[in-house]
Design a protein around this ligand. Structure first.
Ligand SMILES: Cc1cc2nc3c(=O)[nH]c(=O)nc-3n(C[C@H](O)[C@H](O)[C@H](O)COP(=O)(O)O)c2cc1C
Length: 303
């Protein structure tokens, strides 16, 4: 969640900088940190919002980058969970993606798995552990509650995953079959027959056909909020750069969200510190519909 907020914040900062607003000061607000200042004081925002980050901006009038190019990259940026072209990506492009770091950050390393063997070992880990999200009843109930099965549900909730975003375009019959199979009580039964492993195996097969998997990790094993914000910025910059080059991403966070597989993966790849982002990267073979966006004004409050 913090990484997502931070990635959004980075895009907002870059959009402001492209319109002549320079960042002069930033400050993290750790929950329970010095001064215990993470709860927002009373104001025109929901009571359960927490203060994460504050910043001061100054008008300079100088554009830090082209707003038109940034706008095009942001519109092209998309999660695509479908198959990717398995032709290798140019090493120069991967090199540029790995180098493109925001200035002054802490040690963040970007690594690409491109070789047949290393992608194969990663896919094997995913096949072995990737079913956790489905087989854990409480975790699956929570994930499932965010799946939106109809356009009306997407509009009514204003958040979550539209089903076409998860599985690509489907016929009405395919959608109904998925809706039944993924319902938590049905999933619980199907997992006894290995459905979780079969779903994880499908994801692993997709990874084997993907030209690159990107991994980002902090040198530090227990990163704080400021690190998370720099990590999120790194994700946003990487993703925008990739989108400008015609590439799509499909994050695979499941191996990081549970400590045991994360540690095994880090040991297997010789990565120290803490892994914070894993994603397939490639040229998508099928177009995916854009995820719905809530109208900006609804999520902003003026103080
Ligand atoms: C840091 C991060 C990790 C994510 N991990 C996953 C994941 O493991 N699986 C997944 O289906 N979506 C994941 N997502 C969400 C999607 O990538 C995506 O952002 C969301 O569905 C909205 O679609 P869009 O990227 O096309 O705007 C992650 C997003 C972020 C920012």
């Amino acid at each position: 969640m913090r990484l997502s907020c931070a990635a959004y914040w980075r895009m907002l900062c870059r959009a402001l900088a492209a319109q002549g607003w320079a960042l002069v000061r930033e400050r993290p607000h750790e929950a329970g940190g010095a001064g215990g200042d993470s709860r927002l004081p009373g104001g025109p925002w929901p009571r359960d919002w927490s203060l994460l980050w504050t910043a001061a901006l100054r008008r300079t009038g100088e554009a830090a980058e082209s707003l038109a190019a940034l706008d095009a990259a942001a519109r092209a940026r998309r999660t695509n969970r479908g198959p990717y072209d398995d032709a290798p990506l140019a090493p120069e492009l991967l090199g540029a993606l790995a180098r493109h770091a925001p200035a002054g950050g802490p040690a963040i390393t970007v690594r690409h798995l491109t070789g047949h063997h290393e992608r194969g070992s990663f896919a094997e880990m995913l096949a072995r552990h990737g079913g956790i999200d489905f087989s854990h009843p409480a975790a699956w109930r929570e994930t499932h509650s965010y799946i939106r099965w109809t356009p009306a549900a997407v509009r009514a909730h204003g958040d979550g995953f539209p089903v076409a975003q998860l599985f690509g375009p489907m016929s009405a019959r395919q959608r109904l079959a998925k809706r039944i199979a993924l319902a938590p009580p049905v999933m619980k039964v199907l997992c006894r027959f290995g459905y979780d492993r079969s779903l994880a195996g499908g994801l692993a097969a997709e990874v084997r056909r993907t030209p690159a998997v990107v991994l980002m990790h902090f040198a530090d094993e227990s990163p704080g909020l400021a690190d998370a914000f720099r990590g999120g910025a790194r994700i946003a910059d990487y993703w925008l750069h990739a989108a400008s080059a015609g590439l799509a991403l499909h994050p695979l966070s499941v191996l990081m969200q549970h400590d045991a597989p994360r540690r095994t993966l880090q040991a297997q790849l010789g990565l120290s510190g803490r892994l914070f982002f894993i994603s397939r990267v490639g040229r998508p073979r099928t177009a995916f519909p854009p995820a719905p966006r809530s109208p900006g004004a609804a999520d902003h409050r003026t103080v």
